[in-house]
Design a binder for this molecule. Structure first.
Ligand code: ATP
Ligand code: MG
Length: 136
């Protein structure tokens, strides 16, 4: 069953730095995800810590927050049929080494931390993450 959803996507600093914004956006649009909102921002370490707070207990939390705030990122609202799971499929596995062929992380990811994109992992988290970046 198809349902129109919105999800949050982030193009992380490693991909922005390598001028991959348009290449990554075109993967979404060619797969019937439309980009409803889109902005390039540079967040603080405190904002990254708030965004990633579900990962607070994890050993990589500090590095993760430092990384997401290390340079400009592009945050987007993607919309389309089953957008949450479709975006996750297009992204590929967290570690680019394990990602399927032609996924964004396989094509562009450098390592488990510099893995080029973030995507909401559930509809509930998508709503929270969209609000985090697009509601004042
Ligand atoms: P994201 O939330 O960025 O879309 P994900 O849902 O595939 O990625 P999560 O388990 O939510 O993966 O982890 C969030 C981020 O933390 C990952 O994108 C990755 O950059 C980093 N990360 C996850 N596991 C590790 C690890 N073992 N070592 C270092 N960094 C990690
Ligand atoms: Mg995640």
């Amino acid at each position: 069953m198809n349902k129109i959803e919105q999800t949050l996507s982030i193009i992380k600093p490693d991909a922005v730095e390598r001028n991959l914004i348009e290449d990554i956006k075109s993967i979404f649009t060619q797969n019937n995800l439309s980009i409803k909102e889109n902005k390039k921002i540079h967040i603080t370490k405190e904002e990254a810590a708030e965004f990633y707070k579900v990962h607070q207990p994890k050993p990589f939390y500090e590095d993760l927050c430092a990384y997401l705030s290390s340079g400009p990122i592009v945050v987007m609202i993607l919309e389309g049929d089953n957008a949450v799971s479709k975006n996750r499929k297009l992204m590929g596995a967290t570690d680019p080494k394990n990602a399927e062929e032609n996924t964004i992380r396989k094509l562009y990811g450098l390592s488990i931390d510099k893995n080029s994109v973030h995507g909401s992992d559930s509809l509930e988290n998508a709503k929270k993450e969209i609000d985090f970046f697009f509601k004042n």
